[in-house]
Design a protein around this ligand. Structure first.
Ligand SMILES: Nc1ncnc2c1ncn2[C@@H]1O[C@H](COP(=O)(O)OP(=O)(O)OP(=O)(O)O)[C@@H](O)[C@H]1O
Length: 205
């Protein structure tokens, strides 16, 4: 699949955050969205995921060469992990996984044991999500996104709060995602270097 952004612009009050952004993203490719703090990476990522609307221009998800996917179906195609996307704090990890499996956001065959093995964490089973450390929560978010079967993987500052071991875990897992359309918004050189393409938001001001 493809994501086509055409002349996307975003303005908050008097501030233009993105100007005339046009780009074609394709499955099997990875893209780093770069720029300094406050330059608009998260804003553009949310627009590309169709979580928020541009002030001008449009974003279309395309199947095959040019068949447009309806806007209401686009959400189900994007796995999105970011520090500002919250997990359900009152759940245990097992309850969270079961909930997401019921919503079809995770594959049916996934269970607590193989999820914990995948994220290389074995926390107390009765612990509520709100009692996990920030690094553990971030690793859970990444694990959920990586293990979802959604074709698009959007990650905003993915290694926030991760220690060196967890960062290396993430770098390895990203390299295994060969068929997906991956967009990583980041300032971190190691995260940018994971991607085949670089897009500087400063080119769209
Ligand atoms: N809902 C909003 N209302 C008003 N201004 C906003 C809103 N969301 C973002 N902004 C502004 O848009 C600009 C870009 O913010 P954004 O979070 O997209 O940048 P960023 O490049 O992701 O930054 P960082 O690297 O610090 O995460 C900032 O000036 C921010 O204050």
């Amino acid at each position: 699949m493809k994501i086509l952004a055409e002349h996307v612009e975003k303005k908050f009050r008097q501030e233009w955050v993105v100007r005339s952004f046009s780009y074609l993203f394709e499955s099997g490719q990875s893209y780093a969205l770069t720029g300094p703090n406050g330059s608009g990476k998260s804003t553009l990522l949310r627009i590309l995921a169709q979580y928020s609307l541009p002030t001008k221009g449009q974003v279309q998800f395309l199947q095959g060469e040019s068949t447009r996917i309806e806007s209401d179906q686009c959400h189900s195609l994007v796995a999105y992990a970011a520090p500002y996307v919250e997990l359900i704090e009152e759940f245990t990890l097992s309850e969270l996984l079961n909930f997401l499996i019921q919503l079809k956001a995770l594959p049916n065959q996934l269970n607590l044991q193989n999820f914990q093995e995948y994220i290389e964490l074995q926390p107390d089973k009765s612990k509520f999500i709100k009692n996990y450390s920030s690094g553990m929560r971030q690793k859970i978010k990444l694990g959920l996104a990586l293990l979802s079967e959604k074709p698009c993987l959007f990650l905003d500052e993915p290694t926030t709060n991760l220690d060196e071991k967890a960062k290396n875990w993430f770098y390895q897992k990203i390299k295994e995602q060969s068929n997906r359309l991956i967009i990583i918004a980041s300032n971190e050189v190691a995260e940018i270097d994971l991607c085949q393409h670089r897009i500087s938001i400063l080119d769209f001001k």
